[in-house]
Design a protein around this ligand. Structure first.
Ligand code: PLP
Length: 398
């Protein structure tokens, strides 16, 4: 009976929504421990590309102080000191000012009105989709691109044109093929989503490749370059896309505080674009989409260069550790400059994933990305990596 009623409602939903596959998050630690009867607090999660060094200490202190000061002196009327009961600053004025300064360079000044804040960068991606897509408009992205792109595209009943990725024997296997993406662009294409580096592959595009692509994209097409992992990239050939905003008015760069800054739980990210695009996104944005604690923490995290440097160093060492462990075991992996490595464990990937759970290690199966033989593993601390590698050895009988 209950099911029948549900089906009745189901058919009234927008058809694109009925077809939508929900996002599959990494399995939470508590759930794994509960389901498998593992001892509480012993599970290692390397499934959602969170920072193994945690949040920026400066961000933690900012949140802590704001709550403490309130309880010590409840007559305090400032917004930072009354972060829980007052609405946040809907304009995010102070953070945007700080970000603009940080993103400016000698040859390119960024102003706060070019920045749009979001409840995670996923929120900003969603604002972009809602501003530029609708039924009979299409988005172009690559095979194996970030799972949020199809969700936000379908949510507005827009079409998707998916470009084939690089073949397995390419120097950047499974990576975006920009020529194939250009071929997918038509008169009804309004957005191209590019993740650089891409999740779940870790592959990246260099300055020349991307600049060449931008030059060939028709001006009515918005190009979104999603740089959630850019702070981890240590290559001179990695593009500084924010500096390109003045020459490409159709470019939007998105970034996040969820990854290297370690603030995934607070949900805050942003885009940098022309002021005109920011104005459009701001019309669609919910008035208080970013909470007060996130605003405070993000501002403090921006000042924490030391934590960013330490996180980057730890990640580069961890990537090396993982790549040499894989080489030693003849496990194939996709080249990565992000904070995760996607390894090819073969047709038993799902079983290996389950067996790892029983060892108390959560990684990410990516069959939903059409990569059923791969597992995506977040780079942890040296000790965490060793534990995951040992668990892999055990379950793969190496
Ligand atoms: C993790 C990730 C994000 C960040 O999402 P938030 O909403 O900012 O937490 C964005 N894009 C890609 C490709 C990612 O992997």
């Amino acid at each position: 009976m209950a099911i029948k009623m549900e089906q009745k409602t189901w058919k009234y939903a927008v058809s694109a929504i009925q077809e939508l596959n929900p996002y599959l998050p990494g399995k939470p630690i508590e759930e794994v421990e509960r389901e498998l009867g593992l001892e509480q607090g012993t599970t290692l999660k390397l499934a959602s590309n969170e920072n193994p060094l945690g949040a920026s200490p400066k961000a933690i202190a900012a949140v802590h102080d704001s709550l403490n000061d309130y309880y010590l002196d409840s007559s305090n009327t400032s917004r930072t000191m009354r972060a829980l009961e007052l609405y946040p600053d809907g304009s995010g004025h102070s953070l945007k000012k700080k970000l603009a300064k940080k993103l400016s360079s000698d040859n390119n000044k960024i102003s706060p009105d070019q920045i749009t804040l979001g409840n995670g960068s996923n929120d900003v991606l969603d604002l972009i989709a809602r501003s530029f897509l609708t039924i009979r408009r299409d988005a172009v992205f690559s095979e194996y691109a970030f799972a949020v792109y199809p969700i936000i595209t379908k949510a507005v009943s827009a079409g998707m044109d998916i470009a084939e990725a690089n073949p397995e024997d390419h120097r950047m296997p499974y990576g975006h093929d920009l020529n194939a993406m250009l071929h997918q662009i038509r008169g009804n294409t309004y957005i191209v989503f590019i993740a650089n580096p891409n999740n779940p592959t870790g592959t990246w595009l260099n300055k020349n490749e991307l600049d060449n692509f931008m030059q060939q994209v028709p001006s009515h097409v918005i190009v979104v370059v999603d740089e959630a992992y850019c702070e981890y990239v240590d290559r001179g050939v990695y593009p500084n896309t924010v500096d390109w905003l003045s020459k490409y008015p159709n470019l939007i760069v998105t970034r996040t505080f969820s990854k290297i800054y370690g603030l995934a739980g607070l949900r805050i990210g942003y885009s940098v674009s022309s002021p005109e695009i920011a104005d459009l996104l701001n019309r669609v944005r919910q008035p208080f989409n970013v909470n007060s604690l996130a605003l405070l923490a993000a501002e403090a995290a921006l000042d924490d260069d030391e934590h960013v440097a330490r996180s980057k160093r730890s990640n580069l060492e961890g990537l090396e550790q993982w790549m040499s462990a894989c080489k030693k075991r003849q496990i194939d992996y996709i080249p990565s400059v992000a904070n995760f490595l996607t390894i090819k464990v073969g047709e038993h990937a799902a079983l290996i994933y389950e067996a790892l759970l029983r060892e108390g290690v959560i990684v990410r199966p990516i069959a939903n990305y059409n990569l059923p033989q791969h597992l995506r593993i977040t780079i942890g601390t040296e000790e965490q990596n060793n534990r995951c590698i040992a668990a892999l050895d055990k379950v793969m009988n190496l």
